[in-house]
Every structure is written in structure tokens, then in C-alpha cells.
Design a protein around this ligand. Structure first.
Ligand code: MTE
Length: 310
């Protein structure tokens, strides 16, 4: 399979994923009408990435439109406003790309992106995605559980945490010329959180390779935590004995904790987390404990006061 970035393609070659999903919905509504009439003749999209649907985790909520998922982003390496990443990440070179996996592991290894794409069966998972800024989306991600990669490198008994490190390249990432965060972007998880089957190593969304602004070519998605715990464009995964310090903890230790589990009862230092604005909706929704994934992940925090995990 060849990968071309942002290739112009005609609708006769491929149904772009957002139209595919729009069409699926439309068919459900009207039972299939003259769809050709509403299809544009040429569209821009990334290469297709096929994956089987994971029925266990797929949410039934309405999907956030492709356009919003790919044009309302946080990716400070490309600017601090929501529109910046789609505009400024166009030139990010995502091939060749590899992830170094090292630290407290018996078998350190460098994974090439092409190898990652074939390493484990790709799954489509429709997850809620809740940003710390109190907005949310529902996104059909494509990837495989991070634990598939972790098992290959065999963490040692000292590996208690996992640190993720994003690309550091001022030439390609103009936002890194600003000191808004300490670069490279760094995030971390406890090892049992990283091993949890919901934690997804993500290479695509909406049936295609990740657009650059969404963290191409590979990112992590942790659906029960605030969005900043899902690092983009990662180049290194390091296993450590002590808890890593993330870029956000460094920037605002009173505002951004290591755990940052979605919790409507714990306010952010400057705003409430009780409600959220689902992008595309008018009325706010109540935020769910652990972003609605309590049944799956609450046991990770058993025996501890969940309110202290900020
Ligand atoms: N990863 C990197 N490298 N740089 C960032 O600025 N922003 C985080 C997270 N991962 C960020 C990052 C934040 S705050 C959010 S809400 C999500 O990415 C946004 O992901 P999305 O643009 O795909 O919705």
C-alpha cells in the first residue's frame, strides 16, 4: 500500500470517509436517494486506512463531523488557536517516521511507522474525546491497543510509568519557537493505564490516515482522560521507574495533574468541569465520570480516593 499525503482524489476513485459516514447517516434517514447529486467531484483527503469495527467499545453517540474533527484542534507545536494546526501542519513530513521504545524494557526497539501499521489488526473505535477546556467530540479513531506494542518490548519489573515524547523540530513546528510549553511535548501514564485495552495507539481517523493536525503519523488516545493526555506525533516511548513530569504539569502544576482523569466533580483551577460543549451541539451536556468509561477503568483507581487523582 502506498501512502500519499493530502492527495487530491476524485470521488469516482474513493468515497472519502466523511462523505462515507455522512452517506451512511443519510441512507438511514431517507433510505438512499440520488446521492451522486450531493457528492462533490473532487475532494482532498488522506489515504484510506481500513479497519474492522470494534463492537465492544464503539459508542452509539452521533459522530462529530469530519470537518470539525480536523479543523478545530489543539496542537501547540503549530500555534495556540484552534484553527492554527490545520493551516500550519500541512508541511509536516510524516515519512520516514519511527518511534524509539526504550528505558526500563528488556527488548528496546525502534518501530518504523510502516511496521506499526501492520503490527496488529487495526480497529476502528468510536470514542468520546473530552478536552480539559470543556468541549468534547465523538471520533472514529483507527489503531490498535498500545499494550500490543508494550508486550513486544517486555517491560522490566522497574517499569512503573510510560513517558511519551512528541517530535521536536522547530523548522517543521513553528509553534516550538514560542515558550508557551517546554518542548518537546511530553506526557505520561502509569503502566497499568498504558496497558489498559482502551488505550489506543492511533494511526487514523474516519477511515483514513491521521491528518497532520490530528497528530500524524501516530499518536496515543486515552479516552477516560482529558485530551491533553493524548500526545500527538510521538517519536519516543520511554519506560521509567519514577513518575514523568509532563509539559502541562511543568507549565501549570496547580492546573494540570499527572492523572487528569475526566471528573465532573473536580473543577479546573479556573473553570468548572461539570458540563461540556459537544462540538456541533447547542445545549451543554453533563460531563460523565471518567468520560463515561468508569465501568471499564474505575478499577485502576480502586482503593484510592478518585477525587485525589487530579
Ligand atoms: N500533543 C502534542 N504533541 N501537542 C499538543 O499541543 N494537545 C493536546 C493533545 N495532544 C497537544 C497534543 C490537547 S490539549 C488536546 S485537547 C488534543 O491533543 C487534541 O486532539 P485533536 O486535535 O485531535 O482533537
Amino acid at each position: 500500500m502506498k501512502y500519499y499525503k493530502n492527495k487530491p482524489i476524485s470521488s469516482s476513485e474513493i468515497t472519502p470517509s466523511y462523505l462515507f459516514y455522512a452517506r451512511r447517516k443519510f441512507m438511514q434517514l431517507v433510505g438512499g436517494a440520488t446521492l451522486a447529486a450531493i457528492m462533490p467531484s473532487t475532494v482532498w483527503a488522506n489515504d484510506k486506512l481500513s479497519a474492522s469495527q470494534n463492537v465492544t467499545y464503539n459508542l452509539k453517540d452521533e459522530l462529530t463531523p469530519y470537518k470539525d474533527v480536523t479543523s478545530y484542534n489543539n496542537f501547540y507545536e503549530f500555534g495556540t488557536s484552534k484553527e492554527d494546526p490545520a493551516e500550519n501542519a500541512k508541511g509536516l513530513k510524516t515519512r520516514p517516521w519511527s518511534i524509539v521504545v526504550d528505558g526500563e524494557v528488556k527488548k528496546p526497539k525502534t518501530f518504523d511507522i510502516e511496521e506499526l501499521l501492520k503490527m496488529a489488526p487495526l480497529e476502528e473505535r468510536i470514542y468520546r474525546f473530552r478536552c480539559v477546556e470543556a468541549w468534547s467530540m465523538v471520533i472514529p479513531w483507527i489503531g490498535f491497543p498500545l499494550n500490543e506494542l508494550i508486550k513486544q518490548v517486555e517491560p522490566t519489573g522497574n517499569a512503573k510509568f510510560v513517558e511519551f515524547i512528541s517530535l521536536h523540530d522547530q523548522e517543521q513546528m513553528p509553534g516550538q519557537k514560542s515558550s508557551v510549553l517546554e518542548w518537546p511535548y511530553r506526557e505520561g501514564l502509569r503502566i497499568d493505564e498504558a496497558m489498559h485495552p482502551l488505550t489506543l495507539l492511533t494511526m487514523g481517523l474516519y477511515g483514513e490516515l491521521l491528518p497532520n493536525q490530528n497528530g500524524a503519523p501516530v499518536r496515543v488516545v486515552v479516552p477516560w482522560k482529558y485530551g491533553f493526555k493524548s500526545p500527538k506525533s510521538i517519536v519516543r516511548i520511554r519506560f521509567t521507574e519514577s513518575q514523568p513530569v509532563s509539559s502541562w504539569m511543568q507549565a501549570g502544576p496547580n492546573e494540570y495533574g499527572f492523572y487528569s482523569n475526566v471528573n465532573p466533580d473536580i473543577d479546573h483551577a479556573r473553570w468548572s468541569q461539570a458540563k461540556e460543549r459537544r462540538i456541533g451541539e447547542f445545549f451543554k451536556r453533563k460531563t460523565l465520570l471518567l468520560n463515561g468509561y468508569a465501568e471499564e477503568v474505575a478499577q485502576l483507581y480502586a482503593g484510592t480516593d478518585i477525587n485525589s487523582y487530579f
